[in-house]
Design a protein around this ligand. Sequence first.
Ligand SMILES: [Zn+2]
Ligand SMILES: [Zn+2]
Length: 317
Amino acid sequence: ILRHFLGFLLPDAPSLLNSAIVLGLDTVRWENKPHPITEIGIAEWDGFINPGKDVGTHCENALINIRAAHMRLKLHAHLLNKQAGAGDPENFIFGKTVFVDEDTAKQALAVVFKRRDFENGPLVPVILIGHGIAADIANLKETLGVDVLAYHSIVKIIDTQALASTIPSLSYSRTAGHNATTISLQMLLAHFGIPIEAFNTAGNDVTYTLILAILLCYNDQSTAVPRPTQNNVHISTVIRNLKTVCSEQEALPFGDEKWCTRCSGVGHFRKECRTDLSCEYCVTSSSPKAQQTAYTHMVEKCLFKANLVGSPRPNSE
Ligand SMILES: [Zn+2]
Ligand SMILES: [Zn+2]
């Protein structure tokens, strides 16, 4: 189906397909129980390539039309993952992050997924792409009570893990024990020679997923291993150009662009925060560890009080 958008028209394509939009979805949850949702990444590819038109080296004419959005849930944005390989949600390299409360997140998702070309018109069909997308659909359901399938706009779901499973060189490394059951996004990026940058945060991962979906569909994966340099252009140049274009885009028109994960104040970021804080729970706590951090955070974000001290300190530096 994606190849239809890349100029290889499906002979019996329903007319519906030409009005469809391509959306990517990724979610991140906190590593500790109860694993609240911390980030939602949405990407859109508006890149219909007319038949006969050149997609360019490394599909650059298609990739350049990817746009990404990144939402961080205010309620949980101070909960940072610290496990090995954890991403940095403050490092969204394909656009601008917004901070949203749960209702705003739901509103934004509905606006993105339930589009109509004109008032009272039919829903615009959505082709949904993700990497292990079933988990992301489940995450939204479990944490926000949002069932994206109930929007009734999604006509097709494409999983880059499934797309990648046909690549012989990757299936070889899988059996060699790199990963027992799944092909990771990192492995796929490496396969195409794409630098792995600012990884494991929802806005970036969802963008990488759309990039990979396009590359996987365009190339015949069964034959050759892709060359990172083609026509004297390295694929990292194409990704860098996309980054530049994306970073000039407006943020999603929901929530707050500047919001502090330390004091919940609007208009500044955590790093700029000068607000005096104290946690009434930790001040009176008998635990020396809690006392030590009592003046670094507010009680609403207290991990000791919430009994969530899996990582020993709240994000307070
Ligand atoms: Zn602040
Ligand atoms: Zn506290």
